[in-house]
Design a protein around this ligand. Structure first.
Ligand code: AHR
Length: 502
């Protein structure tokens, strides 16, 4: 492959390394919030979880859902805790105690050093309640709801910039599902009302819940036909798992993500072209991950059973899953001219890189590692990688490049980082990275996840199977590097380069 710091796709959007906290299962309760836990701070936030969130390098966190938001009343979660009502959570058939709410989340956001992304309920509610929430969160004071926030202990407005207008409104499972035109009008009206308060908000319209939805394509077209001028981004959601034990196609899940992003970009641009608009709609890939959906939840709560924070969607990830997560991050980075926000779903316990035991330890899943390394080292600008190599055949995607890759270049540090996935299950890949437009000064680090123990999973007691291990094969020459990628593996190669020709 060939890299040149002059061939840039876009600056790395730091918001690509977002995550997601939903009131679902044990994400909040006994996840990031557990008063009485040995590491809990005065607010009840687990300090062990906060430390792992910082290590993971998460930049933004979407909240409070997900399906949960579509029947949520945000007012229930503010004010004195002992006066907050317990409510039925219709999305996950659980009891929501409302012990944790907006102000608690914003305190946690401050401690985790991340930016919030706030979702409003456009399922059971509408424009009025969305604007109320905006006033409570972002108005400085002197109005009923802003003063309520101040009375509840927060003087300064939160200044939340990025807002999701509902969640998966095309899904039959969504409380308050709508048709594309109905939702598009509601999103448009809500966006217009919110912009009367602050024209500079960034607003996300719901795209399809996934690429396989029967309404995919028409949904995006019809929603944007109603709301194009009023929103800035459209959301994409995708979850991956192996189908029929087809590991080769699973390792190539980034192909699906690439095609999905390219398709939505084309649809959005066609709506824009018809309107003769110069504006471009960006993409918020605000739910993505590996999720063994066919297996879970095996025994969801039902009937009279409305448990508080039951363990739901607690997938245990393998080394192969970590390789796929690394590959999905490559796809997101490659599209950073259009994908300007993304959220791995979710952060703690629920299909998550971080797991906790109530009263016990917090620990890293396998998928933690490629995320943490990419978030830390994908800095500066994304480069356009020219690939010329062998292909591999997959049942799901046909003939694809055997090795997928993306690269970033940081002007400030002279660091060039290449992220690679060998998607071939059985054979190693020999890779030559040629660098032009810069002089290579050496290899800083080369680490690999995978290649062996693909089915191994981490536990609270260790060992940490997907901890990146040094890849000793990388050899540097004047204009490039040669390295070997083990079969079914993710690799990060960090290079030092100087003298960029401009
Ligand atoms: O992340 C789990 C669920 O997946 C979310 O609540 C929903 O938006 C999606 O279907």
């Amino acid at each position: 492959m060939s890299l040149d710091p002059r061939r840039r796709v876009a600056p790395v959007p730091r918001r690509l390394f977002g995550s997601f906290v939903e009131h679902l299962g044990r994400c909040v309760y006994t996840g990031l919030y557990e008063p009485g836990h040995p590491t809990a701070d005065a607010d009840g936030f687990r300090r062990d979880v906060l430390a792992l969130v910082r290590e993971l390098g998460v930049t933004t966190v979407r909240y409070p859902g997900g399906n949960f938001v579509s029947s949520y009343r945000w007012e229930d979660g503010v004010g004195p805790v002992d006066q907050r009502p317990a409510r039925l959570d219709l999305a996950w058939h659980s009891l929501e105690t409302n012990e944790f709410g907006l102000d608690d989340f914003m305190r946690w956001v401050g401690k985790a050093d991340v930016d919030p992304i706030m979702a409003v309920n456009l399922g059971t509610r509408g424009t009025a309640e969305a604007v109320d929430l905006l006033e409570y969160a972002n108005h400085r004071g002197g109005s009923h709801l802003a003063d309520q926030r101040r009375d509840n202990g927060t003087t300064d407005p939160y200044g939340i910039k990025l807002w999701c207008l509902g969640n998966e409104m095309d899904g039959p499972w969504q409380v308050g599902q709508r048709s594309a035109t109905e939702y598009g009008r509601l999103a448009s009206q809500t966006a217009k009302a919110m912009r009367r308060f602050d024209p500079d908000l960034e607003l996300v319209a719901c795209g399809s819940s996934h690429l396989g939805m029967p309404t995919f394509g028409a949904w995006e077209r019809d929603v944007l036909t109603e709301a194009y001028d009023d929103v800035d981004l459209i959301s994409l959601h995708a979850y991956y798992q192996p189908v029929d034990d087809d590991l080769a196609s699973f390792l190539a899940s980034a192909e699906d993500m690439d095609r999905y992003i390219d398709a939505v970009t084309a649809i959005a641009d066609s709506v824009g072209a018809i309107r003769r608009s110069t504006k471009k709609i960006m993409i918020a890939f605000d739910e993505w991950n590996v999720w063994y959906q066919s297996a879970a939840p095996s025994n969801p709560p039902s009937g009279e059973d409305w448990p508080v924070a039951p363990p739901l969607l607690e997938d245990h990830y393998s080394v192969a899953d970590a390789v796929v997560v690394g590959g999905l991050l490559i796809s997101l980075l490659r599209h950073s001219d259009r994908v300007t926000a993304a959220c791995q779903a979710q952060l703690v316990n629920v299909i998550a890189p971080i797991m906790t035991e109530p009263g016990g330890p917090a620990w890293r899943q396998t998928i933690f590692h490629p995320f943490a390394r990419t978030a830390r080292h994908a800095q500066g600008a994304v480069l356009d990688v020219l690939r010329d190599g062998s292909t591999t055949s997959t049942d799901r995607f046909g003939e694809i490049d055997a090795v997928d890759a993306v690269s970033t270049w940081d002007d400030n540090t002279g660091e060039m980082t290449v992220f690679l996935v060998n998607r071939v299950v059985t054979t190693p890949a020999e890779v030559t990275v040629d660098v032009t437009g810069a002089r290579l000064a050496g290899i800083i680090e080369c680490v690999t996840v995978g290649g062996t123990d693909l089915h191994a999973k981490n536990t609270a007691d260790g060992p940490d199977h997907a901890e990146p291990r040094p890849n000793g094969t990388a050899r540097s020459a004047d204009t490039g590097v040669h390295l070997t990628l083990p079969p079914a593996s993710w690799t990060m190669l960090r290079l030092r380069a100087t003298d960029v020709t401009t």
